[in-house]
Ligand binder design. Structure first.
Ligand SMILES: *[C@@H]1O[C@H](CO)[C@@H](O)[C@H](O)[C@H]1NC(C)=O
Ligand SMILES: *[C@@H]1O[C@H](CO)[C@@H](O)[C@H](O)[C@H]1NC(C)=O
Ligand SMILES: *[C@@H]1O[C@H](CO)[C@@H](O)[C@H](O)[C@H]1NC(C)=O
Length: 349
């Protein structure tokens, strides 16, 4: 009696509950089907690529990444390099990259960035997946740059110096945001990719490319390809293991040697040279005297492993009044706690 009463009174509610349960069941089943991938559990290769397919602009004639490096000429014999006192101005306009991906930077969409193979190269994989690169760090950096552009009373434009530009994740961003750029990298194949990106985005006239190693010694170095899946990590090593491939010799210059090529006196620097950051600052005094450096984003996590180079960098910047900030949360960092600083550090004055 009691239960039937409840049943009678509750029956519309029961129908509702049943319908709700059914809907919930269907939703859960769909979700389960979507998220359950057998290969995750059984080590099978994925049936579908886990990443969005890169938007490929496929053309022919270019080396697919590193393999062609060692057969290419040395910089000196190349007609597309204008050599002035050791500084190699790179003017390649001849090749077209194979993989040019959709790219977005803070404030601008619809760009293209040409990378090494986006199925294997670190930067390519990241850009293929997210259509961006270090987006949060860039947003902070470009915001600080914009502030200093307005604050400047000399009417000199602010320009961007990208030392270790790799395929140009930052260079393309800075150029499209209206900054003239001096982009430096030691890798010829990498600068070929950047040249393609600049053409695709109609930014060629905004960027001067330089192919050199930046160090504390002028001379020639071979870059060691320490990770074939991340061409951006190619670097100068004092001793290269036998199984690591090297490039043709590339001229090394001081940071000071770049002074005549700066697009304007007011500059913002981004530096990412895979552990050579300390060496770069042994001959950067004139640069900082002649240019008005309003800030610098520097990759820190490799140079921090060498106490001498790490302290060279930190002391150079703090002696000139710059303060270090966390690249993402903008927190002021303490030099005493430099071993726990983030991957990249933003130095501001
Ligand atoms: C490309 O840029 C130049 C200036 O650098 C400009 O005059 C020209 O209109 C641009 N072309 C396109 C297609 O946007
Ligand atoms: C650390 O850097 C200094 C200066 O560049 C160099 O002389 C030294 O060999 C480096 N130490 C190691 C362990 O690599
Ligand atoms: C960086 O941190 C180390 C270890 O705490 C410290 O010995 C060194 O003096 C610090 N460097 C600078 C420039 O403050």
């Amino acid at each position: 009696m009691h239960s039937s009463q409840v049943g009678r009174q509750g029956s519309p509610r029961r129908i509702l509950s049943a319908v709700a349960l059914l809907v919930l069941g269907i939703l859960l089943w769909q979700q389960f089907n979507r998220s359950f991938k057998p290969h995750d559990y059984f080590g099978l290769p994925p049936r579908h690529s886990p990443r969005p397919q890169p938007d490929l602009t496929v053309t022919s004639d270019v080396p697919d990444g590193p393999s062609a490096l060692s057969q290419r000429n040395t910089p000196r014999s190349r007609p597309d390099l204008r050599v002035t006192s050791g500084v190699n101005i790179f003017t390649s306009q001849t090749t077209t990259a194979k993989y040019c991906l959709d790219y977005e930077v803070p404030g601008k969409k619809g760009l293209k960035l040409c990378t090494y193979n986006p199925k294997s190269d670190f930067t390519g994989v990241k850009v293929a997946a997210y259509h961006s690169f270090n987006f949060q760090t860039m947003a902070y950096m470009f915001n600080e740059m914009a502030k200093r552009k307005i604050a400047d009373l000399t009417n000199e434009p602010l320009s961007f110096v990208d030392i270790g530009c790799n395929v140009g994740t930052y260079t393309v961003a800075a150029a499209v945001l209206g900054y003239k750029v001096l982009a430096v990298d030691a890798m010829q194949t990498t600068l070929d990719l950047l040249a393609s990106s600049l053409r695709l985005n109609n930014l060629t006239s905004d960027v001067t490319m330089v192919q050199n190693v930046i160090s504390d010694r002028r001379g020639e170095f071979r870059m060691s390809i320490v990770d074939e899946r991340n061409m951006g990590t190619a670097r100068v090593l004092s001793k290269t293991p036998a199984n690591v491939r090297q490039t043709q010799p590339i001229k090394a210059i001081y940071m000071d040697d770049l002074i005549p090529y700066l697009p304007s006196r007011n500059v913002f620097i981004k530096m990412d040279i895979e552990g050579s950051e300390g060496r770069a600052f042994r001959h950067a005094d004139n640069f900082f005297k002649q240019a008005n450096v309003v800030g610098m984003l520097v990759e820190y996590f490799i140079v921090k492993r060498n106490a001498t180079d790490r302290d060279t960098l930190i002391n150079f910047m703090t002696d000139r009044g710059y303060k270090p900030y966390h690249e993402k949360n903008k927190e002021l960092l303490s030099p005493k706690k430099n071993m726990s600083w983030p991957q990249n550090v933003l130095w501001l004055i």
